[in-house]
Design a protein. Structure first.
Length: 308
């Protein structure tokens, strides 16, 4: 992934209003060539709405959107984009193969490509069975196969593991990682943090229509903090806040979390002990994306405003 490569998706100030509902509220988003980008947020956050706009299914209320250098929905953009938004629609009485044949004909894709994509999603053995006999996981994989027919540079998948059982989820995650490893650019949405952490290179966290943070997953994994148990807890908190700054110290369940490098543990301990505070536990931990997600999507709205 080169830093100078032009973004495949460039979104600024994207807004979509439904009556009184701001489904998408001023979202900025950049997806770079070759990355797997995860759009992460709870149900109702605005993920599907944003992806519908990016695939040209609906028009934004305001904002600018560039996909593969053009406007979403333009023929030459659609030709290079594959997508699966919500559950894919197929003819139940036709086989997976025949469903793909219909789509391939419409998209003017050579027949040989159908077998390639069936193999990619591991459906070759069941390709001649009726769609209606497929498990949910197989249906979703056929949806991904359909999205891949045109051999697109950009693949947009809306909650691709939604409703799947654990084995189906594992297969789908593996498939998406393979697409990414293949040099394809993937933009997916999910409400499952662990999933995004496993699959994606970068993650944008959306909550109530707003993008509240954007992170490189590797960096996030690497972020460390100190976990401290001390009494009295409130004094410990104020002492540390005084010494390290308010942004650095958070109360989390019954522990204090301090965002400093682990080699500052001795210094932190000394500050507490000198203030007459009893420290019963002090250890370093990797700050999981889960904590960040939780912090960003569930803290009080007035605190959310000053994040990222
Ligand atoms: N067609 C629509 N008409 C009215 N409201 C909608 C429509 N689509 C989505 N919304 C609302 O927009 C918000 C975001 O929805 P959605 O994009 O589906 O979120 P997500 O995919 O993150 O679960 C929700 O409050 C939803 O009810
Ligand atoms: Mg959705």
């Amino acid at each position: 992934m080169s830093e100078t490569a032009a973004p495949l998706v460039e979104v600024t100030g994207l807004t979509k209003r439904y009556g009184d509902t701001l489904a998408v509220d001023g979202v900025d988003l950049t997806v770079l060539p070759g990355e797997v980008y995860g759009f992460l947020g709870p149900n109702g956050a605005g993920k599907t709405t944003a992806l519908r706009i990016l695939t040209g299914l609906i028009a934004p209320t305001s904002g600018t959107v560039r996909v593969l250098g053009g406007a979403p929905g333009q023929a030459q953009v659609l030709a290079r984009t594959g997508s699966m938004i919500e559950s894919p629609a197929f003819y139940p009485y036709l086989s997976g193969l025949d469903n793909l044949r219909l789509l391939a004909e419409y998209a003017e894709v050579p027949r040989a490509r159908i077998h390639e994509v069936l193999a990619l999603v591991d459906l070759t053995d069941r390709a001649r069975d009726r769609f209606s006999t497929y498990s949910l996981g197989m249906k979703q994989r056929l949806g991904v196969a359909a999205a891949l027919l045109k051999d697109p540079e950009l693949v947009i998948l809306d909650e691709p593991t939604n409703g799947l059982d654990p084995a189906g989820m594992r297969d789908m995650r593996r498939l998406i990682r393979e697409l990414g490893a293949d040099g394809r650019t993937v933009l997916l949405s999910s409400h499952l943090l662990g999933e995004v952490q496993q699959i994606c290179d970068r993650v944008g966290i959306i909550s109530q229509g707003k993008m509240v943070a954007e992170h490189n997953v590797e960096e996030l994994r690497g972020q460390q903090e100190l976990v401290i148990r001390a009494v009295p807890r409130e004094s410990a908190r104020s002492v540390l806040t005084e010494a390290l700054g308010a942004d650095t110290v958070h109360l989390y369940d019954d522990t204090l979390r301090v965002k400093v490098a682990p080699d500052r543990a001795a210094e932190v301990n000394r500050v507490l002990v000198e203030a007459g505070i009893a420290v019963s536990e002090l250890r370093s931990t990797e700050r999981a994306l889960e904590d960040v997600f939780f912090e960003l999507t569930t803290t009080h709205p007035e605190e959310k405003a000053d994040v990222g």
